[in-house]
Design a protein around this ligand. Structure first.
Ligand code: GUN
Length: 295
C-alpha cells in the first residue's frame, strides 16, 4: 500500500481564506483588526522561524501581529512583568498573547504562562482553558491539537469508535489531543491510548492503532513495523537534522518506510505545522470576537 498524503499546507491555505473574510467582517464591525502580541525570548533559530511564520500568516489574513523580543539572559520576574504589561496594554490593544516556547532554562515557564490572562490565552495553555477543554466545553484549544483534529475531520478519517494511540504526553500536544479525540462529536468519540517515555511495549501499542499520532520530537521513532497496514499516521514532530547544523526538517516518523504501510500519513514539513499556525489565527479571531461580544 502507498499511503494517501494528508496535505496540511493546502488545508491551512483554505482555512486562511475563510479567516480572511471573517477578520474583515470583524474589522468592519469593530473598527479595528484583531491584534496578537507574540513574545520571543532569546535567539533560538527554530523559535525565531516559527514566530516569523506566525507573523506572516497573521498578516495574510489581516490580523495585526507584533513580535516583542526579550533577551535570552532575562529572568522570570522580568518576563512576568513584560507579559503583565502587554496584557494591560503596554504594547497597544491586545486580543491574544502568545509566549513562544521553549523559554530559557533559568526561567520558570509556568510562572510566565500563568501571567497570560485566560481571555488572551490563544495558545490554550491557561489552567482555565485546559479545564474547559477537559470538561468538553472548550474555549481556546491548544493549536497543534486543534490542527490535528481538523486535519482528520477534513480528510474524512473516522474517529468515532476508532482506537487512537498518541505517543507523547506534553501539555502542548499529547494531553489536549487525547482529550479532544475522546470528546463527544465530530473528530472525537475515539478510544484513546496515551503513550509516553515510561510506556512498556510501545511498538505493541502503536500496532493497535487505527490512528497513530507521534508527538515526541525524536526523529525515526515510529518505524514501519510499528504501524498496522492501512492505519492513519499523524506526525507532529519537527526535528532539524543534517550535518550543516540541522537544515533539514524531519518528523518523528520514518516517512518513506511508514508511507509504504500506512493508509494515510502527514508529511513533515507541510503536514501538521501549517495547521498549528492556522489554528492560532482562528483562536486570535475568536478572542477578539469574544472581547466585543460577537461570539
Ligand atoms: N513552541 C512549540 N510549539 C508551540 C506552541 O504551540 N505554542 C507556543 N507558545 N510555543 C510553542
Amino acid at each position: 500500500m502507498t499511503a494517501r498524503i494528508l496535505d496540511g499546507k493546502a488545508l491551512a491555505a483554505a482555512i486562511e481564506g475563510s479567516l480572511h473574510e471573517e477578520v474583515e467582517a470583524f474589522a468592519t464591525a469593530s473598527g479595528r483588526a484583531p491584534r496578537l502580541v507574540v513574545v520571543l525570548v532569546g535567539d533560538l533559530p527554530a523559535s525565531a522561524s516559527y514566530v516569523a511564520a506566525k507573523a506572516r500568516a497573521a498578516a495574510r489574513v489581516g490580523i495585526d501581529a507584533e513580535v516583542v523580543r526579550a533577551t535570552g539572559s532575562c529572568d522570570t520576574a522580568s518576563l512576568v512583568a513584560l507579559v503583565r504589561g502587554i496584557a494591560h496594554g503596554s504594547h497597544g490593544p491586545v486580543d491574544g498573547i502568545l509566549v513562544q516556547l521553549p523559554l530559557p532554562r533559568q526561567v520558570d515557564t509556568l510562572a510566565v504562562l500563568d501571567t497570560v490572562p485566560a481571555d488572551l490565552d490563544v495558545d490554550g495553555f491557561h489552567p482555565e482553558n485546559a479545564g474547559l477543554l477537559s470538561q468538553g466545553r472548550p474555549r481556546f484549544i491548544p493549536c497543534t491539537a486543534a490542527g490535528v483534529q481538523r486535519l482528520l475531520v477534513d480528510a474524512r478519517i473516522a474517529t468515532a469508535g476508532r482506537h487512537a494511540v498518541i505517543v507523547g504526553r506534553s501539555d502542548i500536544v499529547g494531553k489536549p489531543l487525547a482529550l479532544l479525540l475522546a470528546s463527544r462529536g465530530p473528530g472525537g468519540d475515539a478510544t484513546v491510548t496515551l503513550c509516553h517515555s515510561r510506556t512498556t511495549d510501545l511498538a505493541d501499542h502503536c500496532r493497535a492503532a487505527d490512528i497513530l499520532v507521534a508527538a515526541v520530537g525524536q526523529p525515526g521513532l515510529i518505524t514501519a513495523d510499528m504501524v498496522r497496514p492501512g492505519a492513519t499516521v499523524i506526525d507532529v514532530g519537527i526535528n532539524r537534522v543534517g550535518e550543516d547544523g540541522g537544515s533539514r526538517l524531519v518528523g518523528d516518523v520514518d516517512f518513506a518506510a511508514v508511507a509504504a504501510v500506512a493508509g494515510a500519513i502527514t508529511p513533515v514539513p507541510g503536514g501538521v505545522g501549517p495547521l498549528t499556525v492556522a489554528m492560532l489565527l482562528a483562536n486570535t479571531l475568536l478572542a477578539a470576537e469574544l472581547r466585543i461580544g460577537r461570539r
